[in-house]
Structure formats: C-alpha cells, structure tokens
Design a protein around this ligand. Structure first.
Ligand code: UD1
Length: 430
C-alpha cells in the first residue's frame, strides 16, 4: 500500500493549478444517463473516484472517450471526456460497484427518470457516520416512485413508467438528495418544486448543465428550486467548476507553512465563509485574474472558532484541514461538526504529531502548540488524510502518511502540486 513521506519545515511558494471539482464532476457524469446523446464534460479531474464512476456508468451502457490533450497549463491536469448513454443496457447498479463509492447511488435518479425503473445497491462508502439514503428515496417517492428494499438493494419503479412532478420539502439539507431530485424531476411530467434544497456551487453547476441539455430549472443556488419537466434531454458541452475543497485545502496549507502561493483558477466566491475565517486567522487572501493569492508572513496563526454548515457556511470537507491549522494557533479554538456525526477520526492522528485536542460531543477543543513534530500516521478518510499531509508540511522532521488510497480518490497529483512549491513530499510504493 502506498504512503506519502513529507519532510516538514519548508514554506510554500509558487503556483498550484486547481483541478476540476470532484463533487461537481461526479453528478455531471451521472447526468449523462439522462440522454441518448453525447454529454461532453470539460475539466474532469483525473481521480480514482472518477475512474470508479466510469466503470459504474459503463455497466449501465455509458461509453466514454477522453480527449487527448491534457489542459495542463490552465487548470490542474483535468481532461475533457465525452459520455454517451445511447442505450441503457442495465438498470441495476450492483453492490460490488456501489459499495466503493457512495455517490454512485445517485444513478437511481436518472435511471428512474429515463427508464422508469432502477435497482441500486444501498451504498457503503466513507466511514464518516451512518450516511443513510432515506432523504434520496423520499424525494423519489414524492415524484411517484414505489420503492422496496430487498437483499440490500433499493428497487424503484415509477408508477406508469414515468415520474410525475410534485412539491417536495427535504427534511434536512442534502447535497446528494438535491442532485437526485434535480435529475429525476428534469424528465418528470409536470412541475416539481424542491424546498430546503442544498445551495452548494456543485448544485448550480449540475443545474446549468441540465439546462444546457434542455431542462427547465430555475432557482438553483437558492433553497427553492423549480423544475418544469421535459419529455427528453439532448447532449451538451459543459465545464466542471474548480474544486473549492482543493482550493481551501491548499490555502490552509500556505496558512500553516507560511509563504506566497497563487491557486490558479481558484474562486473566492465558491468558498466565501472559509476564506473569511482563514483571513481572520492571519492569512492574506486576494482574488486575482488568474486565481486566488494566499500569503502568510511570519506572524502567528490566530485561533478562531468554526462550526461546519451547509453552503454558504464553512464546509465539513475543510474541517479536518482547518483543525490541522488550529493545532498550531496561539490559543484555543473550538471546532464543531454539525453535518456528519463521526468526522473526527483525524484527531488521534493529529495528536501523534503533538497536537493538543480534546473532544466534547460534536466539538473538538484545540489548544495550539508552538510546533508539531513529524511521526508515522494513518489516513482514515479522504479529507482527514490531506489534513495529515499538510500538518506534516508544517511539522518539524519527517511524517509518513499511510493508507493514502483515500487521497487518490479526491486530490489530483497532490505530491507534484506541493513539490512544485518547494515542499519535500514523495510517494513510497509498497
Ligand atoms: C456531499 C459531498 C461530501 C460532503 C457532503 C456535505 C459529494 C460526492 N459528496 O455528500 O463531500 O461532505 O455533501 O457537504 O458531493 N443524510 C441523511 N439521509 C440521506 C442523505 C443524507 O440523513 O438520505 C444526512 C447525512 O448523513 C449528513 C447530511 O444529511 O448528515 C448531509 O449529507 P449530504 O449533503 O447528503 O452529503 P452527500 O451528498 O452524501
């Protein structure tokens, strides 16, 4: 199993190209199931999760082709990929495929909308809480789906083979539920209104793509989205937005190590709250034409309290990285996780680097230390693992992060991007 070795102590200086957003690319790829035409997606990141979803979609009959040239100069190393679901050959998503990635459950929305039926394994996925799918099934039921749970599968059938628009209020803000609701309602008969919808930029990116394919969606980015169903959707060409979590992660890395880095293609508007908080900690952040510039000089890091919230609040996907930063702040900070119930697994690994953190329910109380010290640590989930890498960059001595297959799910060429800015990072195989 590969690991990453980091020698800490260097500032980061230079440029880091930001890749296409994983969490936008996945639902956009799934949207290709809605049409027999070709959906061309630009700026798709080259990640293990994307490869896995390509396999899952292939099982349903989606062909794909990657356009040759990498867009290396512009934004990360992401690529343009054509997806074509001319014929859906199978409406079943088996356990072996879905259990590897939770978001693959979302195929249930477009399969039902286009084919009137779907049999999708209940997901496994990241070990960050129970993460049920009840909210996803409820929105489909509102649109006229009958659902049976049998043998670990959700077996879904649209009454009379076609979904019917309806008014639906999500019991809790859910990104996946909103994606599924949008895709399903696009081909339903009549109007759907989704209330208490997620407002994440990835939702807006999907809605814009669906509209380019001929859907009639208004209100994406607000908590009420209206979808006028259409009979069919066509192909389109659409661009994946830059990854705000990758952007925020590298911004925090610079805040920890010090230095001056331009995050090429990064957009402050995609992570406003996180940028405000980082600025309060003492980092200098500005939007430039070519991306976001992040600087921190020799001043200490200020301790700031943070609570994770749905967009536009502070994202749960940056909580672990922010905790890494707070371990070296002067003073105490309280970090409260409100989205997932078991998302503090990085706490004991950060403690191995010398961090002082105690847990009280859903709140981590972090007492800053003057310096972290390198140690062998283990990655537990995607965002937690990157928090260990960036903490290692700021620590004295050597840190080895094992089980980094989690990182490859969500961070494109992490070692290249960091080494190009002066970090000493290498991948060890075996
Ligand atoms: C997406 C993101 C993930 C991010 C999360 C919250 C992708 C591929 N993943 O995950 O990186 O951390 O949003 O911003 O985009 N819930 C239920 N029942 C459901 C669905 C969700 O109770 O049917 C709960 C979850 O357990 C969680 C909360 O709702 O407590 C929010 O989850 P949700 O927004 O759905 O997360 P995902 O879409 O899975």
């Amino acid at each position: 199993m590969d690991s990453i070795r980091v020698k800490g102590g260097n500032e980061l200086n230079g440029r880091i190209p930001i890749s296409g957003a994983k969490n936008a690319a996945l639902p956009l790829m799934i949207a290709s199931l809605l049409t027999d035409d070709t959906l061309t997606l630009e700026n798709v990141p080259d990640l293990a999760d994307v490869q896995q979803l390509i396999r899952i979609l292939g099982n349903h009959g989606v062909d794909h082709s990657v356009n040759g040239r990498r867009e290396k100069q512009q934004e990360g190393y992401s690529r343009t990929i054509n997806f074509s679901a001319r014929h859906i050959v199978d409406t079943t998503a088996p356990y072996e495929l879905v259990s590897k990635m939770r978001a693959s459950f979302w195929v249930i929305g477009p399969l039902l909308a286009r084919m009137g039926e779907a049999k999708v394994s209940l997901p496994g996925g990241c070990a960050i809480g129970t993460r049920p799918v009840d909210l996803l099934l409820e929105v489909l039921q509102s649109l006229g789906t009958e659902i049976d749970i049998e043998g670990g599968y959700a077996i879904a059938r649209a009454k009379n083979k076609r979904l019917v628009g309806n008014r639906h209020r999500f019991g809790k803000v859910t990104v996946g539920g909103t994606h599924v609701g949008l895709m399903a309602a696009s081909l339903a008969k009549g109007e759907t209104v989704l209330e208490n919808a997620a407002r994440e930029p990835e939702i807006v990116n999907l809605a814009e793509c669906l509209n380019a394919m001929g859907a009639k969606i208004t209100g994406a980015g607000t908590s009420t989205i209206t979808i006028e169903g259409v009979d069919s959707l066509s192909g389109a060409r659409h661009r994946v937005i830059p990854d705000r979590i990758e952007t925020g992660t590298y911004a925090m890395a610079v805040a920890m190590t010090g230095g001056d880095v331009v995050l090429e293609g990064g957009r402050i508007d995609l992570l406003q709250r996180a940028i405000d908080i980082l600025t309060e900690t003492g980092a200098e952040i500005s939007q430039q034409d070519d991306g976001i510039r992040v600087k921190r000089n020799g001043n200490g890091v200020r301790a700031i309290d943070v609570t994770t919230e749905p967009f536009p609040g502070f994202p749960t996907d940056l909580q672990a990285q922010f905790m890494g930063l707070m371990t070296m702040a002067s003073g105490q900070s309280r970090i409260t996780e409100t989205i997932f119930e078991n998302r503090f697994m990085h706490v004991q690994e950060l403690a191995r680097l010398g961090a002082h953190i105690s847990l009280s329910g859903q709140t981590a109380i972090v007492d800053g230390v003057s310096r972290l010290k390198g140690a062998p640590v283990m990655a537990t989930d995607l965002r937690a693992s990157v928090s260990l890498v960036i903490a290692g960059l700021a620590a004295e001595g050597e840190t080895t992060v094992s089980r980094i297959y989690h990182l490859d799910r969500g961070f494109e060429r992490l070692e290249d991007k960091l080494s190009n800015c002066g970090a000493v990072v290498e991948r060890l195989s075996g």
